[in-house]
Ligand binder design. Structure first.
Ligand SMILES: *Cc1c(COP(=O)(O)O)cnc(C)c1O
Length: 297
């Protein structure tokens, strides 16, 4: 069977003054570095889908997202890399964004659903016409969510654990990462099975159903969800942008504001509020998404 692999994400020390002040040690797992085109957590959520598509000899993969979608970007790039056709169902009306141009260059067939059409994505009959149009293609839920996506995130845990000794750590205490659909968070909770705490910084408002999704997918306790959306998904403000610029300068790690920036800012607030005792060792997951920066910079 075909094995879908990319290089391991490096685990690097993360030094920032507010961490040092609270005597919290942190390392950053650089999922943004696994590949120049297939970025971040989206790859881990896609792996099982690629495997399923390969086992079923599906000619292509089809999924949905917005016009800055990191998920569609990773899917289009992975399809091209591993020899699958891809189709993307997009929210709203035809628009040129840097992401959309990449999707086209990577050979993804695009269909614009409008806003009403996109809202119907969770209805039972949604996929039928697309399955008729693309017979035998493998359909992936929005954002790579669902059990297959969550399962793929066990590999994130394995990659970090394989590298903690090189940092001089014997163990770690907790994870911190951005959550959108909550699939990556749920996957880590599932993989940890209570061994280490997992903290999700929620980039969307809490009442959008993410806590319920995480509870259903994770099937285990051992996690906390922190509000980090700062007024809504995709919203950013001057304090956030200044914080991101400052962290990039001090750490040398490129960030995007909407997920990793918000997650790091929520971490700073919790560290300053004393959530973590001195000596705590944290793994912050850089979930990637740098291609999406072109949409708001
Ligand atoms: C999609 C995305 C997330 C959220 O991942 P979920 O599994 O949907 O919670 C976090 N960070 C970045 C950069 C992303 O692109």
């Amino acid at each position: 069977m075909h094995v879908f692999d990319l290089p391991q994400a490096p685990l690097q020390p993360l030094n920032l003054p507010w961490l040092q002040k609270a005597q919290v040690e942190a390392a950053i797992l650089r999922l943004d570095l696994i590949d120049p085109l297939i970025s971040g957590n989206k790859w881990f959520k896609l792996r099982h889908h690629l495997q399923q598509a390969s086992t079923r000899k599906a000619p292509g993969l089809i999924s949905l997202g917005g016009n800055h979608s990191n998920h569609l970007h990773a899917l289009a790039a992975a399809g091209k890399r591993f020899g699958f056709a891809t189709a993307g169902l997009l929210r709203g009306h035809a628009q040129e964004t840097p992401t959309v141009r990449d999707l086209q260059a990577l050979g993804m067939e695009l269909h614009w659903l409008g806003y009403g059409g996109y809202r119907a994505r969770n209805e039972p009959e949604f996929w039928a016409p697309w399955q008729a149009r693309y017979p035998g293609w493998h359909c992936i839920p929005e954002g790579g969510g669902g059990p297959a996506g969550a399962q793929g995130c066990a590999l994130i845990m394995q990659q970090a654990r394989a590298q903690i000794a090189a940092l001089g750590w014997s163990d770690y205490d907790a994870w911190w990462l951005a959550a959108g659909t909550g699939t990556t968070l749920a996957g880590l909770v599932q993989a940890e099975a209570g061994a280490h705490a997992v903290h999700g910084a929620l980039a969307v408002p809490r009442d959008h159903g993410v806590p319920e999704t995480v509870a259903a997918l994770a099937g285990a306790p051992g996690y906390q969800i922190h509000d980090a959306s700062r007024g809504g998904f995709g919203k950013f403000d001057d304090e956030l942008l200044a914080f991101v610029a400052e962290c990039e300068l001090r750490s040398g790690v490129p960030l995007e504001a909407l997920y990793t920036g918000k997650a790091l800012l929520a971490l700073r607030d919790q560290v300053e509020a004393g959530l973590f005792a001195p000596g705590t060792r944290l793994i912050f997951v850089h979930t990637g998404g740098l291609q999406g920066r072109r949409g708001y910079l």
